[in-house]
Design a protein around this ligand. Structure first.
Ligand code: P1T
Length: 384
């Protein structure tokens, strides 16, 4: 496919970034399982020198996801946290990052326990209220990073408002779009400078890869990221790129199903007296539902519920048969997890509880199984 922007989402998902293999005509992009490439003379080659710098399978994946996010460029990394780290490593010691107070626990850990040691400064701010971002800006602020919806509380940030504040401060707005995916939310079109993903999740969709990717149309950002792929080397292998590329071909189909199942289950849970509270941006009772409808076109399959105690949460987690207790999300199969003890265990307890990640909180990643089976599974497992 040559002019990708001419086509709609599903067509781009299947084709963008790829063309039949020039040597064999293979329709599917081959897994170029090689670390290096022959040179005819010094510096005379077919566009690839060494696989840390570039690999055709990775290039196809980067082009594909860039087309889905409406970006000019993509840079793939070995994991979601590696992608986030690369983005922040564009900065220098003394620079300041404003990060949403509720982000994936591993992002929080990377910032507080690794990058802060190297001289970057971080402020954690509840970005549901854009003014709090403006209040946290310093003359060294270079990046504002938000997840929307957040993991696991489903808090939203007004992307357009956050972009305006970041730009006034001379900073980039980076949006972690892992939960919504480009099928339901396009941060770059709303003013963000870069989007990051854990491609481990919905982009791949089959829970068999760990990966990350950054998408941007900003030349300075992509040049910096390419330099970091080469210089710091946290790049994904060709097999993993190929698996994610296979996954993105069905992203639009899977997301429709995650969304339909997610809505049905959220509505069912909402009327369930054994559930104390439910967090899902697609419900009219969500405090930011109006913003959700404004900047998202669907709400997906991530739902959190409050069951009021660790005992009730544990009974529920033990009781499901289809929903499997595991870290991660976004695969075709339904998973269930306990954020306080699992994904967000590294976040200080006071901070965790301040944002609602209590011992009674349970997170569901609703898969694409038959929704009646999923509801029966939850019904059977919910404690009295
Ligand atoms: O696991 P990794 O591919 O490194 O991605 C990190 C990451 C980044 N951003 C968000 C929003 C995420 O949810 C994650 C990873 N999250 C889990 C493993 C989880 O179970 O929540």
């Amino acid at each position: 496919m040559t002019d990708e922007n001419e086509y709609r989402f599903g067509t781009r998902a299947v084709h963008a970034g790829q063309q039949p293999d020039p040597t064999t005509g293979a329709i599917m992009t081959p897994i170029y399982q090689t670390s290096t490439y022959a040179q005819e003379g010094i510096g005379v080659h077919k566009g690839h020198e060494y696989a840390r710098v570039s690999n055709p399978t990775r290039t196809a994946l980067e082009g594909n996801v860039a087309a889905l996010e409406g970006a000019a460029h993509g840079a793939a990394f070995a994991s979601g946290v590696a992608a986030i780290e690369a983005m922040v490593k564009l900065l220098s010691a003394g620079d300041h990052v404003i990060c949403g107070s509720n982000v994936y626990g591993g992002t929080d850990r990377l910032f507080r326990q690794v990058l802060a040691r190297l001289g970057l400064e971080f402020s954690f701010v509840d970005t549901r209220e854009p003014k709090r971002i403006a209040d946290a800006v310093t003359d060294r602020t270079r990046i504002v990073l938000v997840e929307t919806p957040t993991n696991p509380m489903m808090h939203l940030t007004d992307i357009a408002a956050a972009a305006e504040i970041a730009h006034q401060a001379g900073a980039w707005l980076v949006v972690d779009n892992t939960f919504a995916t480009p099928y339901f939310q396009k941060p770059l079109a709303l003013g963000a400078d870069a989007v990051v993903h854990s491609s481990t999740k919905y982009l791949n969709g089959h829970s068999d890869v760990v990966g990350g990717i950054v998408l941007t149309s900003d030349d300075e950002i992509i040049e910096g990221l390419r330099f970091l792929q080469k210089s710091a080397g946290a790049v994904p292998g060709p097999m993993d790129c190929w698996l994610v590329l296979r996954g993105t071909k069905t992203l639009h189909v899977r997301m429709e199903m995650h969304d339909a199942n997610g809505r049905r289950i959220a509505e069912w849970l909402q009327h369930e007296p054994r559930v104390e509270a439910i967090f899902y941006a697609g419900l009219p009772t969500h405090p930011q539902h109006a913003l959700a409808k404004k900047q998202m076109t669907g709400f997906g399959g991530m739902i959190s519920i409050e069951l009021s105690s660790r005992e009730r949460a544990e009974a529920f987690l033990r009781g499901t048969r289809i929903f499997t207790l595991a870290e991660s999300l976004g695969g075709v199969e339904s998973l269930i997890s306990h954020p306080a003890a699992m994904t967000h265990a590294a976040v200080p307890k006071e901070d965790r509880e301040a944002m609602g990640i209590t011992d009674g909180l349970v997170r569901l990643s609703v898969g694409i199984e038959d929704v009646e089976d999923l509801i029966e599974d939850l019904d059977r497992a919910l404690p009295k």
